[in-house]
Design a binder for this molecule. Structure first.
Ligand code: GDP
Length: 481
């Protein structure tokens, strides 16, 4: 070995030793935050950071309750190639002169939050470890669903998507695409304009499918719905054609290549560069909307949960399993968000319903060994509890300020007036609630979108939440030094 090599080797060894000691002294946790569009990711991360860095009331978070948590602060993120989560502007939106909910997640972003604590573990005390660095990675759940594309060939994917278009609730919105497809020439030469038009009509269909109540549709490709930095990219110029027409000629071959290119240049890099580096994961689910949406919505939610669980617990021999290597996402928290839309007396029922759905999905995804937990969560509580007496019966209600334009029983709200609402009762028995939703016999809950509450901007008063502390405790406590 030449001298420079030896020097290099010695330097490498010293760096490695220093790094592993450093890893003990300043452990890092990569926390993935996902969920389909509008599930509540942006609000959750903003509330999480605000509640840890400023005044908080988090009694179920052990380090906060015991006083071990000294300080939490933001630091520059480690990956410069990932956009930063726009915490400050989200905070401004929520606490500005006319408070509004922040802009939702549209692509991947990251934020480093460091917690400084009085070490509680013997090892922590021994090595003088006093902090945990948390890299929060926010990414659209739609991208996770792309994992399913990895086990399908183009023909299988086409068959699946076209079958979904045939479903009666999709027939109307799929019509423009199906009409375009009927005249699309698969036997001729490749016409770039016709191809992009077909892809554009397909994308328009996917977007409409997403808007069907309750907006859960789990059809991909994920980047057609949430393109991130791929807006307008040629990687998004493919669409399904009837499998029987793929063999017609050059067009079918080209579409197959584009489908494969999407997998190679979009799906694999996301899973390799971001997803496989996560240690923990929270999956936000708008379960209330799914229950209200009936059997189809419930099916979609089940698909989404199963897809998420198979991604978190891939088989060791699958390509994703190989990407993970020895790493594993060791805890997954499923959170039913916006729980402040129902009274606290129904939160346990909501938690149980999501628990039943995730357990079932875990069994079907053969991911039963994943350490999972379920919580009913309101990252920001926009309502408070009240009661109403109707025909001598006391009903648990919620009170808040519906967003301007929301309407109920013929009344349209102006965005300034508070209203008390009886959203309905969730059956205490989760199986009953699920069975009712499956049979489209669920007594719909009344939902209104509420404006954000009056939130403190000075950093001195805690923000109202529901069970955010339970979520934080499950995700972070065991990793604190
Ligand atoms: P994302 O697409 O997953 O980033 O979703 P957002 O975090 O932007 O949330 C979408 C919308 O859901 C928000 O604009 C709010 O209207 C609503 N929302 C999210 N979290 C909460 C919550 O904790 N309470 C209430 N009342 N509404 C919420």
């Amino acid at each position: 070995m030449r001298l420079p090599d030896l020097v290099q080797t010695a330097t490498d060894a010293a760096t490695t030793a220093r790094r592993s000691l450093g890893e003990y002294a300043s452990p890092t946790l990569r926390l993935g935050v996902t969920g389909l569009s509008r599930a509540g990711k942006t609000v959750f991360i903003t509330a999480l950071v605000r509640n840890l860095t400023e005044a908080h009331r988090l009694p179920a978070f052990e380090a906060s309750r015991s006083g071990a948590l000294k300080r939490a602060f933001l630091e520059p993120q480690p990956d410069y190639n990932v956009p930063r989560f726009q915490y400050e502007s989200h905070l401004e939106a929520l606490t500005g002169p006319s408070p509004r909910w922040p802009e939702s997640t549209r692509a991947i972003s990251q934020l480093r939050l460091t917690l400084k604590v009085a070490p509680q573990t013997t090892l922590g005390q021994l090595v003088g470890a006093d902090r945990l660095m948390i890299d929060i990675v926010d990414y659209p759940g739609e991208w996770l669903l792309d994992l399913a594309l990895m086990d399908q060939e183009y023909a299988q994917w086409c068959a699946r998507v076209l079958a979904r278009m045939g479903r009666d609730d999709h027939a109307m919105i799929a019509k423009p695409f199906l009409e375009r497809l009927a005249t699309f020439d698969t036997a001729g030469t490749i016409d770039e304009r016709a191809l992009s038009e077909l892809a554009e009509t397909f994308r328009a269909y996917l977007i409409k499918a997403r808007q069907l109540p309750p907006g859960l549709a789990t059809l991909g490709p994920g980047r057609f719905l949430m393109p991130g930095d791929l807006e307008g990219s040629p990687l998004l110029t493919f669409a399904p054609i009837p499998p029987g027409r793929i063999g017609d000629g050059a067009v079918g071959d080209e579409l197959t290549r584009r489908f494969d290119a999407y997998r190679t240049h979009v799906v694999i890099p996301f899973f390799r560069d971001h997803f496989s580096k996560l240690d923990r994961q929270i999956v936000l689910v708008d379960a209330l909307a799914a229950l209200n949406g009936g059997s189809r919505a419930l099916d979609d939610l089940r698909d989404a949960l199963r897809a998420a669980l198979s991604a978190f617990r891939p088989g060791a021999t699958s390509w994703l399993g190989r990407l993970f290597g020895d790493r594993r996402i060791d805890r997954v928290l499923f959170a039913a968000t916006k729980a402040d839309h129902i009274p606290q007396s129904s939160h346990e029922a909501l938690r149980q319903i999501l628990h039943a759905l995730t357990s079932e999905a875990a069994r079907r995804a053969e991911a039963a060994d994943a350490a999972t937990r379920v919580v009913a969560l309101a990252a920001i509580r926009a309502t408070h509890e009240t009661t109403a007496t109707v025909s001598g019966e006391t009903l648990a209600c919620i009170k808040g300020t519906p967003i301007a334009g929301e309407a109920l029983d013929g009344e349209t709200f102006d965005g300034r007036t508070e209203a008390a609402i009886f959203p309905g009762d969730l059956p205490a028995n989760p199986a009953k609630a699920i069975a009712a939703a499956e049979a489209d016999a669920f007594d719909d809950l009344t939902f209104l979108r509420f404006a954000p509450p009056d939130l403190d901007a000075s950093g001195t008063r805690p923000w109202p939440h529901g069970h955010l502390d339970r979520a934080i405790d499950y995700l972070l406590s065991d990793r604190l030094p």
